[in-house]
Design a protein around this ligand. Structure first.
Ligand SMILES: Cc1cc2nc3c(=O)[nH]c(=O)nc-3n(C[C@H](O)[C@H](O)[C@H](O)COP(=O)(O)O)c2cc1C
Length: 183
């Protein structure tokens, strides 16, 4: 049986992040051959091109974790109608030095939760632009803009019954997307 290691990049550093909870809950819906690892991005320095020849240990760790993964899962909030700076910072780090972009070719899914009524649509669209440039094949459909309301998670941290079928379908399509690109 093929196994698939997925690097999960959560765009929020907040302790009680809804998006981190969503990332954790999604992992529980996946088939046994998929394992999900949330990569740390909160300890990365601010990207500075001067450091390209001497990347920080945290940057090397991030790049190694992305390199080892067969797929990527971005779970992000929207900040001021775009992706959070911490997420863009992580993406920039692992795209450099020039010619050593470790994101390239890794099949990816993008999902996000927001308390706002249009979800994370604009953040996801901006993220998709960046990932397209970095040569990341991102699943186009289905899209998932999760509106975080009461009951999104149950007491065990699973997706609540109202949203479960929608998220499960999204994940099933994501699993197929990864398998198609890794095969
Ligand atoms: C700086 C900042 C900007 C925000 N901008 C948006 C926004 O543009 N659209 C939106 O839907 N929510 C916005 N929010 C609200 C977030 O959706 C909400 O705080 C969410 O819980 C953040 O995700 P997290 O729980 O994973 O940290 C913003 C929050 C912050 C702190």
């Amino acid at each position: 049986m093929n196994t698939y290691q997925i690097a999960v990049i959560v765009g929020s550093l907040r302790k009680d992040s809804l998006n981190r909870q969503l990332a954790t809950a999604i992992a529980k819906l996946a088939p046994a051959e998929f394992t999900f690892k949330q990569v740390q991005i909160g300890d990365l320095p601010l990207y500075n091109q001067d450091d390209d020849a001497n990347q920080a240990e945290s940057v090397k760790r991030l790049k190694a974790e992305i390199t080892a993964a067969q797929g990527l899962l971005f779970v992000t909030p929207e900040y001021n109608r775009s992706m959070p700076g911490v997420l863009k910072n992580a993406i920039d780090h692992a795209s450099r030095p020039y010619g050593q972009n470790v994101w390239a070719g890794k099949p990816a899914g993008v999902i996000g939760a927001s308390i706002g009524s249009i979800g994370t649509a604009l953040a996801q669209q901006h993220l998709r632009n960046v990932l397209a440039y970095l040569d990341v094949p991102v699943m186009g459909q289905p899209e998932a803009f999760v509106h975080a309301r009461e009951g999104l998670f149950d007491e065990q941290g699973n997706i609540g019954p109202a949203s479960q079928p929608f998220v499960q379908n999204w994940l099933d399509q994501y699993v197929a997307w990864v398998k198609k690109h890794v095969a």
